[in-house]
Design a binder for this molecule. Structure first.
Ligand code: HEM
Length: 213
């Protein structure tokens, strides 16, 4: 066991954290894109067109997908190996949010790649929002995306908690609570925008056709 009940896997955890820093560059841009989208569908699409200049470079995309696979794989190994020795609410919260992120990322990145290659769709705002406007799929997509964003923030908050536990435990706990609160707020706003509650959303029929609508 590591200090304060965080399971000790120093090398694997170090590499998991190092790769997370690179993935975070994309995720920051991606979350900013979704928050910019609170101003409207066209703003979301225009922001993504700019952002793609960076991450749609073949080299960047291959590295990003490899890092995501490493992130998911290394996380699942830590999840299983540390199962018996895991103690305490934060250790289990970190494990649960990591497990959900693994499920979410495999599905999410797989869906985007399939949307582009198999369905020949532009995987922009309309691709994400189509599922919300194709009942009964909204019952799946609302919690799926809400929990994806929330799990991301809580998982990062858990890392901050462990990072400050030895030196400034109150700050660590405050950061965890802060990340959880901000994550819940962002998740709610993004889901409301995608589902057409914040502003009218227009989805071309060929996106809805993928859901048999
Ligand atoms: C409501 C939440 C989310 C929505 C609506 C959403 C939507 C999208 C869309 C539409 C794309 C395609 C981008 C493009 O074609 O340029 C995409 C790609 C991606 N998203 Fe998300 N996303 C969400 C949350 C997340 C979260 C929380 C993560 C990470 C933890 C994430 C990671 C990724 C990754 C890695 C890609 C693939 C980029 C690529 O290979 O080009 N997304 N997402």
């Amino acid at each position: 066991m590591g200090t304060d009940d965080q399971p000790a896997r120093p090398v694997l955890r170090g590499l998991h954290r190092a790769s997370a820093l690179f993935v975070a560059l994309f995720v920051l841009l991606h979350m900013t894109n979704h928050l910019a989208g609170l101003r409207g569908q066209d703003t979301h699409i225009a922001f993504m067109a700019e952002a793609r200049q960076f991450y749609r470079q073949p080299f960047v995309e291959v590295v990003l997908v490899c890092l995501i696979l490493w992130q998911v794989g290394s996380g699942l190994v830590m999840l299983v190996r540390g199962w018996a020795g895991r103690k305490g609410a934060v250790a289990w919260l970190q494990a649960a949010t990591g497990a959900y992120l693994a499920f979410f990322l495999v599905n999410h990145v797989g869906a985007v790649i399939a949307g582009r290659t198999v369905l020949s769709l532009d995987t922009d705002f309309r691709f994400a929002a189509a599922g919300f406007l194709a009942p009964p799929w909204h019952w799946f997509f609302a919690p799926y995306y809400f929990l994806g964003v929330l799990a991301l923030f809580v998982h990062v908050g858990c890392a901050a908690y462990w990072g400050f536990l030895a030196s400034r435990p109150v700050l660590g706990a405050t950061l965890l609570g802060g990340f959880a609160g901000v994550g819940a707020l962002f998740a709610t706003l993004i889901v409301l925008a995608l589902s057409g509650v914040l502003y009218p959303v227009a989805i071309p029929s060929h996106y809805l056709a993928t859901y048999g609508q």
